[in-house]
Design a protein around this ligand. Structure first.
Ligand SMILES: Nc1ncnc2c1ncn2[C@@H]1O[C@H](COP(=O)(O)OP(=O)(O)O)[C@@H](O)[C@H]1O
Ligand SMILES: [Mg+2]
Length: 305
């Protein structure tokens, strides 16, 4: 891509004493892009984000937002970013509405029509004291403030873990609106269906290291599609075809196998010549891709399963 990235991270490292929480984090986020940052608990997502916010100082490597150093230029960067953590702390004796306005004031914005629309959309009662709010309601307060902030880059660190499905959908809708406006979004998550639905590109982090970056389509290219089929004629050569794995008999004369994405055309061709009666193809989900990197058995990784 020729565009200048909003966020540029290169070989970022962070040590806590002897423990290396970030070993090598490298990725970019571009304008108009929703970047999904995924990995299980403890992989280093929040540490990366807290470094980007200038809360933590990197041990090595570099990170810039808008071309400015995230640690040295934090004050000027913060005027143009919005951030929502997964665990939102609110002043217990202020009402949700007061806190939203306070958040907006702190980021140099004002309560606007958009703020009112968002309060309606997320169905928050802004008159209640924050101490009465559930985790989901506390998240709503922070999300409403963030979405009504005029920023160029929005950072969400597992922001939807307390939201019900309906509010999760409102969250997705609000992010889609930001994207349409050409804003950049970094969304850290362990909810893969959310990332699969919303993100243009994805970075997978494991043990403080980015193990894969790309679009879902690019990642799928590395994996196998599962095919279930039934043909009129027998298919004795199937198991020996290039790229075909795990051929298994199923009830009712069906068979299943997995196939490397690259060999798919030849294999489908082979089946077509044996008169296909039924064919169902299941592309790998993000979950399959993810499990591939998190499956601890070394054989599976070596075999590319
Ligand atoms: N302040 C800290 N001091 C020591 N270890 C930390 C600190 N913050 C995070 N860690 C460790 O760094 C690793 C990454 O944590 P974190 O970035 O919170 O992961 P994630 O957000 O992906 O769940 C974990 O092993 C965590 O225990
Ligand atoms: Mg975290």
């Amino acid at each position: 891509m020729m565009t200048t990235p909003i966020l540029h991270i290169e070989h970022l490292q962070k040590n806590f004493g002897k423990f290396q929480a970030l070993k090598d984090v490298t990725f970019d986020v571009y304008p108009g892009e929703v970047f999904g940052f995924i990995g299980p608990n403890g992989a280093g997502k929040s540490t990366t984000i807290r470094t980007l916010l200038g809360i933590l100082k990197a041990s090595a490597g570099s990170a810039t937002i808008f071309g400015q150093d995230v640690f040295k230029d934090a004050v000027s960067i913060h005027k143009r970013i919005a951030y929502v953590p997964g665990d939102v702390y609110l002043w217990p004796n202020l009402s949700g509405g007061e806190i939203i306005d306070l958040f907006l004031k702190l980021s140099g914005d004002k309560h606007s029509d958009k703020t009112d629309q968002l309060i309606k959309r997320f169905q928050l009662d802004p008159t209640k004291k924050a101490r009465t709010y559930s985790k989901g309601n506390r998240q709503k307060v922070a999300l409403i403030a963030a979405f009504s902030t005029e920023a160029d880059f929005y950072i969400f660190d597992e922001p939807t873990s307390g939201l019900d499905p309906l509010n999760e959908e409102y969250f997705q809708k609000s992010v889609a609106e930001l994207k349409k406006q050409g804003k950049a979004v970094l969304l850290s998550s362990h909810i893969l269906s959310e990332v699969e639905k919303m993100c243009d590109r994805i970075g997978i982090i494991r043990d403080g290291q980015i193990v894969e970056t790309g679009t879902l389509a690019e990642m799928r290219h590395l994996t196998r599609t599962v095919i279930t089929f039934k043909t009129m004629d027998d298919t004795p050569e199937l198991a020996s075809l290039n790229g075909v794995h795990n051929v298994e008999d199923q009830p009712n004369g069906r068979q299943t196998f997995s196939v490397d994405t690259e060999q798919m055309p030849e294999v489908i061709d082979y089946l077509a010549q044996r008169q296909i009666v039924e064919l169902q193809s299941t592309p790998p989900t993000l979950e399959d891709l993810f499990m591939r990197y998190y499956d601890t058995s070394e054989e599976n990784i070596a075999e590319g399963k």
